[in-house]
Design a binder for this molecule. Structure first.
Ligand code: AMP
Ligand code: ZN
Length: 459
C-alpha cells in the first residue's frame, strides 16, 4: 500500500509522491522559546515525529530531511528577558532566555521519544536570507517600505495572477471579504488594511539587524518571514511537506506561502500542508487563567514520556484531543503490558496490520488497535512499537522506574512476599491474605503461578 496524506490546501487525501525520493523534505514550525512548552505544543512534535519515522521507513534514513525551526526573536522573549534578568543588557538576557528554554524544550521532547530533526535552524541565524526574500518581494512589486517598516500586500499578489497561488487559498478565505472585514484602525503606514509586516523597526535596546530596502534604522523581522527564510535555506524554494498546528493555517502559513511563492515565482511552496488538531484538557480549552495549563515538564514528573506519547497517538492527528487523567492511566496500563510482552524481544518486521493504517494519513488509533490484536507475536509487536517510537527501555528499566515513582521499596515487597509464601506453606491462609491485602494497600499487585509469586506496581 502507498502512503496517502491529507492536504489542507486541496482538502483531500492524496497519494504522497515526493519531489525526489532520494531527498524527501519536510518543514514543521517549531517553538518560540520563552517558557516551558505545554502539552499542546507536544502534539505537533509527536505527530510529525511519527511521520518522520514512517518516511524514513519507506524512503530510507539517509533520504529524509526534517527541518523544525526555533523562533528566537519575539516580543514574548524580550518581555521575559527584561523580567527575569533586569540587571543584564537586554541582548544578553535574551540569549540566556532562549538558551535555557531551548535546552528545556530538547529535554522534554527527547523524553517523549521524538527524534531530533535533521536541522533545527534558529531565526536569528537566517536574517540574511530574510533580507534577500524581502528585497525580491519589493523588486517584484509585492512589498513596499513605509516608515521604516516593510509590508507585504496580499492585494498586489492576487492582482499579479502570474502563476502564483491565490492569497487566501490555503485557509479557504476570500481576500475581498478579509478587506471588507478588516479593522478600521489600521496602522497609518499600511497602504492596504490586510497588508502584513515583513520587517519592522526595533526599539532601543531590542535585538536589531541592518534593514533591507534602504531603510537606515536597524530593525527586526516579522514572524512569518522567518519560516519562509529557514525553509528556503534548508529545503529549497519548493519542497514536499509543511506542517504545524491547525491554529497556524491563518495567518502564519497563508503568509508563508505568499512570501515564498511571490519571491521565487512558484505556484506552490509545499506539496502537502498538514495540520494537527487542537488539544484541550479535561474538556476545556487550556489556559493559564483557568488553571489547567500543563507543561510537558510537569507531566514528566508523574508519567514516563512514552505514556504521554501513546496518549497523544490514541487520537487521530487531525481530530481534536481531550487530554484526561483517565486516558493517561489507560495509556500507562497499555504500555505496562507492551513492555512485559515485547520490550526484551528482538524486534521483527513491523506488522502489515500496523503499517497499513499509518500509511493511510497516519491513522495511529487504528495502528494501536491492531497492536492489541498482535499480542501472540511478540517479535512483530516489538518491531511495530519501535517503528512508532516506543520501547526505548528494557522491561526491567520500565518496571524499576515505576517502582521508583511509586515510592515502593522493592526489598520490603520481596520480604513480605517471602513471609506470605511461608504462611501459605504452613496453611496459615489468614496470615497470607493479610499480607496480600497489605501489599495491595501499598499499591503492589501479586500474581501466583506454579513458578512462584511475581509482583508489579498496580496502576
Ligand atoms: P507556538 O509556540 O504557540 O507557536 O506553538 C508551537 C506549536 O504548537 C505550533 O505548531 C502550534 O500550532 C502547536 N500548538 C499550540 N497549542 C496547541 C494545542 N493546544 N493543541 C495542539 N497544538 C498546539
Ligand atoms: Zn512557521
Amino acid at each position: 500500500m502507498e502512503l496517502r496524506l491529507y492536504d489542507t490546501l486541496t482538502k483531500e487525501k492524496r497519494p504522497f509522491v515526493p519531489l525526489d525520493a532520494k531527498d524527501v523534505r519536510m518543514y514543521v514550525c517549531g517553538p518560540t522559546v520563552y517558557d516551558f512548552a505545554h502539552i499542546g505544543n507536544a502534539r505537533p512534535v509527536i505527530v510529525f515525529d511519527v511521520l518522520f519515522r514512517l518516511l524514513r521507513h519507506i524512503y530510507g534514513e539517509a533520504h529524509v530531511k526534517y527541518v523544525r525551526n526555533i523562533t528566537d526573536v519575539d516580543d514574548k522573549i524580550n518581555d521575559r528577558a527584561a523580567r527575569d534578568f533586569p540587571g543584564l543588557p537586554l541582548n544578553e538576557a535574551i540569549r540566556k532566555v532562549t538558551e535555557q528554554t531551548g535546552e528545556q524544550f530538547h529535554a522534554d521532547v527527547d523524553a517523549l521519544g521524538a527524534l531530533r530533526p535533521s536541522v533545527e535552524p534558529r531565526a536569528t541565524e537566517h536574517i540574511v536570507e530574510m533580507r534577500e526574500i524581502i528585497e525580491r518581494l519589493i523588486k517584484g512589486g509585492f512589498a513596499y517600505a513605509a516608515e521604516d517598516h516593510v509590508l507585504f500586500s496580499p492585494q498586489a499578489m492576487n492582482a499579479a495572477n502570474a502563476g502564483l497561488p491565490r492569497y487566501g487559498a490555503l485557509s479557504n478565505r476570500s481576500l475581498d471579504e478579509m478587506v471588507a472585514g478588516a479593522r478600521v484602525d489600521v496602522a497609518p503606514y499600511k497602504k492596504g488594511n490586510t497588508d502584513f509586516v515583513l520587517w519592522k523597526p526595533s526599539k532601543p535596546g531590542e535585538p536589531s539587524w541592518p534593514s533591507p530596502a534602504g531603510i537606515k534604522a536597524e530593525g527586526r523581522p516579522g514572524w512569518h518571514i522567518e519560516c519562509s527564510a529557514m525553509a528556503w535555506k534548508h529545503l529549497g524554494e519548493h519542497f514536499d511537506i509543511h506542517g504545524g498546528g491547525i491554529d497556524l493555517v491563518f495567518p502564519h502559513h497563508e503568509n508563508e506561502v505568499a512570501q515564498t511563492c511571490c519571491a521565487f515565482h512558484q505556484e506552490r511552496m509545499a506539496n502537502y500542508w498538514m495540520h494537527n488538531g487542537f488539544l484541550q484538557v479535561e474538556s476545556e480549552k487550556m489556559s493559564k487563567s483557568l488553571g489547567n495549563f500543563i507543561t510537558i515538564h510537569e507531566l514528566l514528573q508523574d508519567w514516563p514520556g512514552e505514556v504521554l506519547r501513546l496518549n497523544m497517538l490514541k487520537t487521530h492527528y487531525r481530530s481534536p484531543i481531550d487530554w484526561t487523567m483517565k486516558s493517561l492511566e489507560e495509556s500507562a496500563r497499555t504500555l505496562d503490558d507492551w513492555y512485559r510482552v515485547a520490550a526484551d524481544v528482538a524486534p521483527g518486521k513491523p506488522a502489515a496490520s500496523v503499517v497499513e493504517p499509518l500509511l493511510d494519513d497516519l491513522n495511529t488509533p487504528l495502528a494501536i488497535a491492531a497492536l492489541h490484536g498482535l499480542r501472540g507475536d511478540a517479535a512483530a509487536v516489538s518491531g511495530s512499537l519501535r517503528l512508532l517510537g516506543f520501547l526505548s527501555e528494557s522491561a526491567a528499566q520500565w518496571e524499576g522506574r515505576k517502582q521508583q515513582a511509586s515510592g515502593v521499596d522493592a526489598a520490603e515487597v520481596e520480604r513480605l512476599i517471602a513471609e506470605r509464601t511461608a504462611a501459605r506453606g504452613r496453611k496459615d491462609f489468614k496470615e497470607s491474605d493479610r499480607i496480600r491485602d497489605l501489599l495491595a494497600a501499598m499499591g503492589v499487585a501479586i500474581k501466583d503461578s506454579k513458578d512462584g509469586t511475581t509482583w508489579e506496581i498496580a496502576r
